[in-house]
Design a protein around this ligand. Sequence first.
Ligand code: NAD
Ligand code: UD1
Length: 340
Amino acid sequence: MKILVTGGAGYIGSHTIVELMKAGYDVLAIDNFDNSYPSVLENLAKITGKTIEFEEVDIRDKAALKKYINAHKDIDAVIHFAANKAVGESVALPLKYYENNVGGTVNLLEAMQEANINQIVFSSSCTVYGEATPPVDENAAIPVAQSPYGNTKQICEEILTDQSKACDLKVVALRYFNPVGAHESALIGELPIGVPNNLVPFITQTAIGKREVLTVFGDDYPTPDGTCIRDYIHVVDLALAHVAAINYLAQKKYTEAFSVFNLGTGRGNSVLEVIKTFEAVSGVKLNYKIGPRRAGDVVQVYAACDKAANELGWRTQKSLEECMLSAWQWEKAIASSSVN
Ligand code: NAD
Ligand code: UD1
């Protein structure tokens, strides 16, 4: 099978390309390098031993996207990662998010329909659940989104549902919990541009000396140690779930045209547990302080993962220790290279 990966130079896209190629799939990738670097493609070639079939295409450019897809009509399925993902930025620049995340998805679906490509795996997020009681399963209510970014994920799921009813489109929407860590080669990983918003890159950047101090956003939450709880999933486990989703589509295991799965470990860890695990595996004492709560933070969220286990035949294999160790090895690798 030939799989098109949009956003293939990005964090999750690049790890997914490795696992797809390992599983024997032919992969094509597109990206506009809005939040990634061309060097990722060289590093993917080092890991896989093959040149990645890549073209620089912006999914907002409908004509260019259609031209590209029409030239590759033998694509069997698309995995759609390309999007902007910074929650804070989406509040300041909502139209950027609606144009790219929603408009880009519409362009992609139009191009796929024209070329008779009728299978798609979509990157959604646990952010669609807002404040829910964990473990959160796929039937949990979807409240009004707390940010334009979260809204783009809800809207795209609706667009995909509608399109799957209107034509012969099969959709797997994957709701990721908190992706962290990096490939064991330390050749690919997350490359946050500017000051990271997310916990794990902030930890590793503080440990390496790029940031002076990590602020823990609140220790007065109703949790055992007072800090927020999340479900941290290793990016390689996440990548493997995409291979499972492609297999699921290929083997027509779905019962409905639109299927949705949570991708998490099913385990909740507090901010302090993450910090302590990092210190244990890295041997580095982290400079951190307790600060005020961050506006908009959910107290605790972790996934119910039974659906993915039962229907996709997938579950996570990696521990929080492996997440933190690989994130640390990646941080050390980027510190000693010219990237970033
Ligand atoms: P990322 O920014 O590393 O990767 C996205 C890639 O898409 C980047 O390489 C970027 O350059 C590219 N891109 C953006 N706009 C594009 C456009 N118009 N045309 C072509 N390429 C474009 O992000 P990621 O962490 O790999 O996330 C991938 C997907 O998963 C996104 O849809 C994101 O919303 C979703 N997601 C991510 C997380 C997370 O924490 N990382 C959590 C839940 C969902
Ligand atoms: C963020 C996004 C969410 C996205 C998710 C997965 C927001 C509001 N939400 O959620 O849409 O789906 O990432 O990538 O940005 N923390 C600190 N200090 C820091 C950074 C974070 O204490 O410097 C804490 C946070 O308060 C939170 C936890 O660490 O409790 C995880 O934070 P983060 O990595 O930003 O992820 P989420 O808040 O879960």
